[in-house]
Design a protein around this ligand. Structure first.
Ligand code: GCU
Length: 899
């Protein structure tokens, strides 16, 4: 339990029923599951409290924009913000002062030990109420210290009963949320503050229980032996907040701030190092450092978890083996685990990636994966720790696409784990990526969830947008996660939705839950983009309660992050809800996976890299047909890994949904979808549709100018403009690629036909030379221009003799390799139209790339440019470092057209 609220709750009585009627109080659906932990918020029954005069109070929901004082509040909100506070800004709500009389004057914290979650909760409450309402509350240890003043009390049920003998708890507790830990008090406080910050009295929640006990993040921070300067695998928000140069950072302020954000969502543990773990994490000095991280996490009730390198006994311990059944190895791991718990008595446990993508594991010694997992489970058991053992096990070296029609990476997890169900120690949970491959833009749910009946499972979701535009594209992923969590696997013909499986409900298991690969960094925005934070928020909220809607969570987050301006809420909601379908449309459709560059970076388009290598993300595209045949009757058999009802649906083309057609079936490009379109025409249309939606993000966002602070406005505007340009690169690359493969023209005549373009290589060049781009589809007409090796400047000029005098949008497609800071200038009749730099490494946090391709291709657009027939257009490029100021083409576009 936890937050005992008195007067503060009273201000909501108009919505929750009579003052002392606990039975009629709203019980949130979250409270229905019988769990052993979770906060409760209820009214202090002290009779002496003043009863508020509700009639004279401001409305419990926020007024609309038209209200004059609200505009004043908006003005005060548009102060520059850097994102560090995330959604915990505690910004003033409109007419905050009207609430003052009904707010308590003191906060009673029933555990005043500095660093205890209850103490943290008290401080947070004081900070929140001061921020939201502008009222200062004092913190006291007992209610008598508050005198006759109304108080709000924070503590555990036990502590409360101790101080108030005879105190009765509401029947609400019969729903089973007696809490004996302090974390609940903190969660309750955060939840309560979130409601206050949103001014949403009508949504008051009295009780709330987490859906599942495991709610962890996985941070893929590299703890290397040195020289990596805090890199984060698939991290797009700066350097590690935990590590630097193979050691734990001295200054862990950001780690503490992060724990605060996680605690506000109810996340109870964070694994701080990369799943591709480095054995040096376990040196005594680093274990001491890890204990310091645990110390800054602890006040927020966030426990520390660690990824392990399976070969550590050999690599670090200098044993001659890391065989999990070898007595020396067992002893070594027990010793290490004891050492860790000596330093971190509340450590959450371990996360292990084994026998996957080159990582060592038990199979190196012909031991089973259960042998591997149990080794750690037994070492952790005396300390109460758990191990999350990843199901992401596959051998990327042996799959042979050419020789074996039935080879399929998607089969791996079930093949490896199915027969092991029941062989794991009770403190093992198998952590399963939501789909069978790897966080692609669309995958079916992993069938392994249906196979582990006795063994707890955890669903792994990726907050970090590795295959989703890496935070340089707006993609709100919650709608996809919802599809996964709500999917009914029909185990034994009975309802078996994924969220009920991982919570433990479906198969009657105690453990289970959620792991979010989050990868925050030192950037003040945490994830590198303000809008990407909706994904972290939604992950935490879903882990607490998977029944929430994507849009509901999003709106909450927008209000907390950007304030109460309805226009801001509407616009960001619309853009975010459009974003995943748009991204899917302009990347990989019909279940083909993302079609990004699989061999490099996973960012831009490169469909050719899907096939012809052992990584197993195959599309099997040839000149006539495309798709993976995963049927039982003729393909890899993957469809048969699902329980019968689902397997039957995926086995037949007629019953497979279009959006997974090419995941399960190999069909001709001319195959007609349920929509009536052919596969190839769907590709063309989807890429035009998706990129057209991405173009609208820019004006949608621009409509918010002045409604949010300039700092966040400008930051996002840059990214959304980038996304608009890059979505066109995606559109043209994918369409060009499949047009080239299939030779089937676009019925609408768009693909390969770009009347507004002038190819740079066709212009008059001086200091620039033509360059053939690879892969071919990532340049218009397959070529761009680059500065010649000895040139300090290149120019590409042409006379615009074919256009009519008028106003146009002038777009330049170029490549920013983030290898240097090239400069480009565009001139019309020697008058500067614009100058820009190759500075994406700063603006979109993208890693550098030596290649001129779909990762580095982008566009800049100058709007509303007056152009005369016969004007001379000149582009000037100045190379820098290894970046040869590449230009692909220029488009002189009728305004509003994005070609
Ligand atoms: C993906 C990702 C890797 C990561 C791996 C994993 O393949 O690209 O960087 O290590 O997933 O989840 O283990």
């Amino acid at each position: 339990m936890s937050l005992l609220a008195s007067t503060v709750n009273d201000l909501r009585r108009s919505n929750v029923g009579p003052a002392n009627d606990k039975h009629s109080a709203t019980v949130h659906p979250e409270a229905r599951h019988n769990r052993t932990s979770g906060p409760v918020i209820y009214k202090d029954v002290r009779a002496s409290l003043p009863h508020p005069d509700l009639t004279s109070h401001p409305p419990s929901t926020l007024p609309t924009m038209r209200s004059p004082w609200f505009l004043a509040a908006v003005a005060s909100l548009v102060v520059a913000e850097d994102g560090l506070a995330g959604w915990l800004r505690y910004a003033p709500i409109p007419s905050a002062e009207c609430y003052h009389k009904r707010l308590p004057s003191a906060i009673v914290t029933l555990n005043s030990t500095v660093g205890s979650p209850v103490h943290t909760a008290g401080k947070e409450l004081a900070q929140g109420i001061e921020g939201i309402f502008g009222k200062n509350l004092k913190l006291v240890a007992t209610s008598d210290k508050a005198g006759s003043e109304p108080t709000v009390t924070v503590g555990t049920v036990a502590a409360f009963i101790d101080k108030n003998s005879g105190a009765k708890f509401p029947d609400l507790i019969e729903d089973g949320f007696h809490l004996n830990n302090e974390r609940g008090a903190l969660y309750g406080t955060f939840h309560y503050l979130s409601l206050l910050a949103r001014g949403n009295a009508s949504d008051f929640t009295l009780t709330s229980n987490p859906d599942a006990p495991i709610r962890w993040t996985n941070e893929w921070n590299n703890m290397a032996d040195g020289g990596t300067h805090g890199s984060v695998e698939r991290g797009y928000g700066g350097k590690s907040i935990f590590f630097w140069d193979g050691k734990i950072r001295d200054d862990l302020t950001r780690a503490g701030q992060y724990a605060r954000l996680l605690a506000s969502l109810g996340i109870n543990a964070a694994v701080v190092n990369n799943v591709n773990a480095n054995a040096s994490t376990l040196t005594p000095a680093n274990m001491d450092g890890l204990a310091r991280i645990a110390d800054v996490f602890r006040p927020y009730g966030v426990q520390l978890g660690l990824s392990l390198n399976f070969a550590s006994p050999q690599v670090l311990g200098e044993l001659d083996t890391f065989d999990p059944l070898d007595a020396k190895v067992v002893k070594w791991w027990h010793g290490i685990t004891d050492e860790l718990y000596k330093r971190i008595p509340d450590m959450a446990g371990y996360l292990v990636k084994a026998n996957s993508e080159g990582q060592p594991g038990p199979m190196t010694y012909n031991r089973t994966l259960a042998d591997g997992a149990n080794l750690f489970a037994r070492a952790l058991k005396p300390h109460g720790g758990i191990i999350l053992f990843r199901a992401f096990v596959y051998d990327h070296r042996t799959l042979n696409q050419t020789l074996d029609w039935k080879a399929d990476r998607a089969n791996a997890a079930v093949n490896y784990f199915d027969h092991l169900d029941g062989q794991f120690e009770p403190n093992v949970a198998i952590q399963i990526k939501h789909g069978p491959i790897d966080f692609q833009v669309r995958e079916p749910v992993s069938p392994l969830f249906a196979h582990l009946v006795k063994t707890p499972s955890v669903v792994e979701l990726q907050v970090s947008q590795e295959y989703f535009g890496q935070q340089a594209h707006l993609v709100y992923i919650a709608p996809m996660w919802k599809e996964v969590l709500d999917f009914d696997l029909r185990v034994d013909g009975k309802p078996s939705v994924v969220s009920d499986i991982v919570s433990g409900r479906r198969f009657g298991r105690k453990l289970g839950g959620y792991a979010g690969v989050s990868n925050v960094g030192t950037n003040t925005t945490w994830l590198g983009s303000h809008l990407a934070m909706s994904n972290l928020y939604a992950f935490g909220r879903l882990a607490w309660n998977p029944k929430q809607t994507s849009e509901g969570m999003l709106k909450e987050w927008i209000q907390l992050t950007f304030g109460h301006d309805q226009k801001v809420i509407d616009v960001i909601t619309k853009m975010s809800m459009q974003s995943w379908p748009a991204y899917e449309n302009y990347s990989g459709n019909l279940g083909l996976q993302t079609l990004t560059d699989l061999l490099l970076g996973h960012f831009g388009p490169n469909p050719g890299t899907s096939d012809g290598n052992p990584w197993g993300c195959w599309t099997r595209a040839d000149e006539d047909s495309i798709g993976m045949d995963r049927t039982v009757w003729n393909g890899t058999g993957f469809a048969g890994q699902y329980p019968a009802e689902v397997a039957a649906r995926y086995e037949r083309i007629e019953t497979t949904p279009d959006n997974l057609l090419l995941w399960f079936h190999h069909v001709p490009y001319t195959h007609r979808l349920k929509s009536g379109k052919t596969v190839i025409q769907h590709f063309y249309d989807a890429h035009y549709d998706g990129s057209a939606v991405a173009q609208t993000f820019v004006p949608q966002w621009q409509s918010l100018k002045g409604h949010i602070d300039d700092e966040r406005y400008e930051h996002m505007l840059f990214r959304l403009k980038f996304q608009a340009g890059h979505s066109l690169v995606w559109r043209d690359s994918i369409n060009q690629f499949y047009f080239n493969k299939s030779s089937i023209p676009d019925e609408a005549g768009r693909v390969g036909n770009h009347p507004y373009r002038i190819e740079a290589e066709d212009m008059e060049l001086d200091g620039y030379q033509s360059y053939r781009v690879s892969p071919f589809e990532t340049a218009s007409k397959f070529h761009c221009v680059v500065t010649s090796s000895n040139s300090t400047q290149g120019t590409a000029s042409t006379t615009l003799s074919k256009i009519e005098t008028g106003t146009y949008d002038l777009a330049v497609n170029y490549y920013d390799m983030a290898l240097g800071n090239s400069t480009w200038e565009a001139y019309l009749d020697d008058k500067l139209v614009g100058r820009w730099h190759g500075d994406f490494e700063y603006h979109v946090g993208r890693a550098s790339s030596p290649y001129i391709d779909g990762q580095t291709a982008t566009r800049i657009t100058f709007k509303g440019v007056s152009i005369r027939k016969g004007s001379k257009l000149k582009l000037v490029g100045k190379p820098d470092g290894k970046e040869p100021a590449p230009i692909d083409y220029v488009s002189i576009l009728p305004e509003g057209i994005a070609d």
